[in-house]
Design a protein around this ligand. Structure first.
Ligand SMILES: O=C(O)C(=O)C[C@H](O)[C@H](O)COP(=O)(O)O
Length: 213
């Protein structure tokens, strides 16, 4: 299954920051049990690389990506750990070009029309819109769809997405999936509340099913 197919099947991309590598497998298991087989591990901690490698090895059914890739070294680490794809909060042409050279699928982050055009011109057609909540939320996406709606770019809004507003975002044309940390927040990870993580996923998917989106 391609990344695009996986995103459009799952419709939610959980973003997880892991401090303790030992939490990687229980978190991946909780997400899978909740019903999601895609996730991102953010390169915001030293545990990211090992966490991705462990998940890859123990849960091959999980499409695990690497988030917060802001330099080439992190791209190399993500590739070596076996990440299926990468994401970045911003659009860094050097990092993106490097990932392309490695044939590593990247989803850069953009928030302005100029960034979107530059990322599209470089060949990216799935873009993270970050931080969407702080830059107009759903209205920002609708505005971008004006001039760019026909280009075939797919959006993953991230930043401030939660159970309360995910349906609104998913209802916007060209939104392939929403992403966020609310299902496996830092607090839930820190307190090892894996059961609650699973329940958050169940709740989110229930909401999507009920809304029929
Ligand atoms: O680290 C990155 O690569 C980011 O761009 C940040 C994450 O995507 C956001 O932290 C998600 O936003 P929240 O769900 O509001 O926490």
């Amino acid at each position: 299954m391609s990344l695009k197919e996986s995103l459009s099947k799952n419709r939610i991309l959980p973003a997880v920051t892991i401090q303790d590598e030992r939490d990687a497998l229980p978190i991946a298991e909780a997400l899978l049990k909740g019903g999601l087989d895609i996730m991102e591990i953010a390169f915001r901690s030293k545990a990211a690389e090992g966490a991705i490698a462990q998940i890859r090895k123990n849960f091959p059914e999980m499409t695990v990506g690497a988030g917060t890739l802001i330099n080439k070294e992190q791209v190399i680490k993500a590739v070596n750990a076996g990440a299926a794809f990468g994401l970045a909060p911003g659009f860094n042409p050097k990092v993106c070009r490097f990932a392309m050279e490695q044939k590593f699928e990247m989803i850069p982050g953009v928030i302005t029309p100029s960034e979107l055009e530059n990322a599209y011109e470089m060949g990216f057609s799935i873009l993270k819109i970050f931080p969407v909540g702080q830059f107009g939320g759903v209205e920002l996406l609708k505005a971008l769809n004006g001039p760019y709606g026909q280009l075939g770019i797919l959006y993953i809004p991230m930043g401030g997405v939660n159970l309360g507003n995910l349906s609104e975002y998913l209802n916007v044309k060209n939104v392939i999936a929403v992403g966020g940390s609310w299902m496996a927040s830092g607090k839930l990870v820190e307190t090892k509340n894996f059961q609650f993580i699973q329940e958050n996923v169940l709740q989110a998917l229930l909401k999507i099913n009920q809304a029929g989106i």
